[in-house]
Design a protein. Structure first.
Length: 389
């Protein structure tokens, strides 16, 4: 397709973009047939985006908070609407269920078809009594039916998320599986492993299960005292997790938030990844497990709980091991098995890389997404005609 003639897609996320949301940035950057522009309520410290492609409700100034509040309550953003309308986009793609609900009025005002991608918590959480959720998420849970009844198209990042959507009454004919995928050119084997390291990557929150990584590593260190647990990420539980680590571990490091490049380097440096995500009483669970896929892309085995969408990525006893949820004793046994046998780690790593390249690579997944874009926007015929000529 002619570069100058690429149709524009508005990628919407309320806050643009947190460090943990690299999957949104990567997917947009991988588009070939469409040109992405980013819209949101405000910018936040995090991922870099091209400034000329960012459109905001809150642009600073004395009335900035009023504009943002008006948008979030009534869906009214006149300045943003005018700017986006001038771009003549063909569709609006919102990430996360609450954002899909938030931009319904904007999509209608611009007369654009709406796609909403669900990533996990936005469909798994059904009972806020067990979660400290913000007011906007409570509003979303109460008004989710409004989004469900709209004409939007709904995408799920895993079969697990798709099942949750269908169980909650989302229309089967407009609810599709769309894996995000991993950039296998950036996440690739370049092992620098020189000592035994268990790596945990994720927000330090309940459903990510960092407590279980610490408890399992403690048991492993009784048998293998040279093993170190390295935790990348930050969150509300960090202080108590550091206290638990000081009580129970010999070797550990909390590195906080790291860049994508630093995460990839640590994956290559580590012996394996531990991903002990669990299902919470609220229903919250791992929607897909991008970190698990990235680790396998660099050729490292993964030990995880069989939870949420993780089972779609790991091939048990072939690319890693899966233990029953919250059974950190089994988790520890699997970690020790791999740490004691380099040959198994390497074999699992090669097999894991093959699975990601074959089934979850970013380029292939984005081509499928573009097919959905063409169908939803009605540009399928025009695109095929241009390619034919």
């Amino acid at each position: 397709m002619n570069m100058a003639g690429k149709p524009k897609v508005v990628v919407f996320c309320d806050h643009l973009l947190y460090p943990s949301e690299t999957f949104i940035q990567a997917q947009a950057s991988a588009l070939r047939e469409f040109e992405p522009v980013f819209a949101g309520s405000r910018r936040v410290p995090g991922l870099e985006l091209p400034q000329e492609k960012v459109y905001l409700v809150n642009r600073g100034g004395p009335f900035a908070k009023f504009h943002e509040l008006r948008f979030k309550i009534w869906g009214s953003a006149p300045a943003l609407s005018k700017e986006l309308e001038a771009l003549k986009p063909i569709l609006l793609h919102a990430h996360f269920g609450p954002n899909g609900l938030r931009v319904l009025p904007l999509a209608r005002r611009l007369r654009l078809p709406l796609i909403t991608t669900f990533h996990g918590s936005d469909i798994a959480i059904t009972d806020w009594r067990y979660e400290k959720v913000y007011l906007g998420f409570r509003y979303y849970l109460a008004k989710k039916a409004k989004l469900r009844a709209s004409s939007a198209t709904f995408l799920a990042v895993s079969n697990f998320v798709q099942r949750k959507l269908l169980e909650q009454g989302f229309p089967e004919d407009r609810t599709f599986l769309a894996y995000t995928g991993v950039d296998t050119t950036k996440f690739r084997p370049a092992s620098t492993e020189d000592r035994p390291i268990i790596l945990f990557v994720g927000r330090l929150v309940g459903f990510k299960g960092p407590e279980f990584a610490i408890r399992a590593a403690s048991e492993v260190q009784r048998e293998l005292p040279d093993v170190e647990l390295v935790l990348i990420g930050d969150g509300l539980l960090r202080r108590e997790l550091e206290a638990l680590a000081r009580q129970s571990l010999r070797r550990f490091r909390f590195l906080g938030v790291q860049t994508h490049q630093e995460v990839s380097a640590w994956m290559n440096r580590a012996s394996l990844l531990c991903m002990p995500s669990v299902t919470m009483p609220s229903g919250d669970a791992e929607g897909f497990g991008m970190v698990c896929a990235e680790a396998q892309a660099v050729g490292k085995p993964v030990v995880a709980f069989k939870s949420g969408g993780i089972a779609e990525i790991i091939r048990h006893d072939k690319t890693g091991f899966m233990a029953p949820e919250r059974d950190w004793h089994s988790l520890a046994r699997y970690l020790a098995t791999l740490l004691k046998n380099r040959e198994i780690r390497q074999r699992f790593g090669r097999a894991g890389r093959e699975v990601i390249v074959r089934e979850f690579n970013l380029d292939q997944c984005t081509r499928r997404l573009e097919g959905i874009y063409r169908r939803v926007s009605g540009t399928e015929t025009a695109f095929n005609e241009e390619n034919r000529w």
